[in-house]
Design a protein around this ligand. Structure first.
Ligand SMILES: [Zn+2]
Ligand SMILES: [Zn+2]
Length: 137
């Protein structure tokens, strides 16, 4: 599936004063993150946990103003951005895929809710014997 235009930004504008990051994607979609939303998405091992252990963000911390203050944003290769936060945290590489996948706009939020509802009835433990065939073969 050639779907990479969805996860390829043509433009990335970080507005540190407003605390927003705006992305324009190759397929024409636009995504605007506020700093707090972006901070909560931090995919680093500290925030997200690793090896099955919960991370810092999983403990539902109250984020301080410093912790949600965007002080810098750099491009990592051509696949991610790395924000620096007011508390010095900068270990999160937010991949373009993640940023597009988690786009907070109404259309994308509705899309995610729909997909979650679709998956809702299927416990993942039974994925082995109840594989989806997508039609009668
Ligand atoms: Zn992090
Ligand atoms: Zn969107």
């Amino acid at each position: 599936m050639q779907d990479d235009a969805r996860a390829r930004p043509l433009r990335i504008d970080a507005d540190r004063a407003a605390g927003t990051v705006r992305l324009e994607w190759a397929d024409g979609h636009q995504t605007t993150y506020d700093a707090t939303t972006l901070r909560w998405l931090c995919p680093c091992a500290y925030c997200r946990g690793e090896a099955g252990l919960p991370g810092w963000l999983d403990s539902n911390p109250t984020l301080t103003a410093d912790q949600t203050k965007l002080v810098g944003l750099v491009l990592v290769g051509n696949y991610a951005v790395q924000p620096t936060w007011g508390d010095g945290h900068d270990s999160g590489f937010h991949s373009f895929m993640l940023l597009r996948e988690q786009c907070p706009c109404d259309a994308c939020a509705a899309d995610r809710a729909r997909r979650q509802a679709d998956d809702g009835g299927q416990p993942s433990a039974s994925a082995g014997d109840r594989h989806w065939h997508g039609g009668k073969g």
